[in-house]
Design a protein around this ligand. Structure first.
Ligand SMILES: C[S@@+](CC[C@H](N)C(=O)[O-])C[C@H]1O[C@@H](n2cnc3c(N)ncnc32)[C@H](O)[C@@H]1O
Length: 300
């Protein structure tokens, strides 16, 4: 008779499902309700994303963290408006961008065109719908020196397979940039959330869930924390308050709610040379791992 029968019943959390469900509850379901699909949401948001968020954030500065000397080819999954693809294309031989939103791709193509960059290959597809052969085929049949997914992992399904595919198409590194607000929450936002929604801010999943999913497929990545700084141009505080009301889908707030919202947002507005910006910073995580030459993940 087996003595360790109970080990079969060990508690095993479903990290991938908890991550996907958490992201949906936190914001992705709302994107679908407002725009019809995640894709349409990014189509509609593309210009604002580029001009209102990316242009003034410190995201492009992070390139130094990921680019080991001299990669020839980089695959950028969910590359968006090209915060990494454009500067990368200036120095590497080929950048392949897998990006399902036509609106985001159009902004990227426009930027690349203005710089005369002709070494970016565009694939308008979700990562889940691209096979390893197709991805490698786009790089003349060779695995990439680096594979990158910056803040796109929230929308990529089938996590186990998606991570393995990233691993399989790389011969150098895989880098994932992601938020990590789960357990390090902004207390002033928690206070505001309670006033606005009459319930505590629900827990969000964070990078640690991704780490656990990677472990499940035999990958043991490194994790580095850093500070992400976002700066969005605004007309004034009232415009920002109105934007948030719109985002909350509420025309009317009680006086207490309106005051709480104004107080919270006023604290995050700065003025520079007569221009106003909504500024905030938060911790982000860089999860990365090196691929062994034979294709197995290092250390696994
Ligand atoms: C927050 S933006 C990040 C864009 C860019 N990587 C950056 O750091 O600015 C998320 C991007 O992921 C893309 N995306 C959504 N679903 C995806 C999927 N299943 N596969 C690949 N990319 C996806 C969106 O279209 C969007 O451009």
């Amino acid at each position: 008779m087996e003595t360790n029968a109970f080990s079969n019943y060990m508690f095993k959390p479903d990290w991938a499902r908890m991550w996907e469900k958490g992201i949906r509850t936190a914001w992705a379901d709302d994107m679908v309700v407002r725009h019809g699909s995640i894709n349409r949401a990014w189509d509609n948001y593309a210009d604002e994303y580029e001009n209102g968020e990316i242009k003034f954030s410190n995201r492009a500065d992070l390139l130094g963290k990921i680019i080991e000397p001299g990669p020839e080819s980089v695959l950028d999954i969910g590359g968006g408006t090209g915060v990494f693809a454009v500067p990368l294309a200036r120095s590497v031989k080929r950048v392949v961008v897998a990006e399902p939103s036509e609106g985001m791709l159009n902004v990227l193509k426009d930027k690349a065109g203005k710089e005369g960059l002709d070494n970016i290959v565009y694939v308008m597809k979700r990562w889940e719908d691209i096979t390893c052969d197709e991805a490698i085929g786009l790089n003349d049949g060779r695995p990439y020196d680096a594979v990158l997914a910056s803040h796109s992992i929230y929308y990529i399904g089938d996590l186990h397979r998606s991570f393995l595919k990233m691993n399989d198409v790389s011969r150098g590194f895989v880098y994932l940039f992601t938020g990590c607000s789960g357990y390090m929450r902004d207390q002033s936002y928690e206070k505001l959330y309670l006033v606005l929604h009459k319930k505590p801010l629900p827990p969000y999943p964070d990078y640690s869930f991704l780490y656990m999913v990677l472990r499940e497929v035999g990958i043991q990545p490194d994790i580095e924390m850093f500070e992400a700084r976002v700066k969005r141009p605004i007309k004034n505080v009232q415009e920002l308050v109105n934007r948030w009301k719109n985002y909350l889908n509420r025309e009317e707030l009680t006086q207490e709610q309106e005051d709480a919202l104004s107080e919270y947002l006023s604290d995050k507005v700065t003025e520079e040379d007569g221009r106003f910006f909504h500024c905030y910073h938060c911790k982000n995580a860089l999860i990365f791992w090196k691929i062994e030459q034979d294709g197995a993940e290092e250390g696994s």
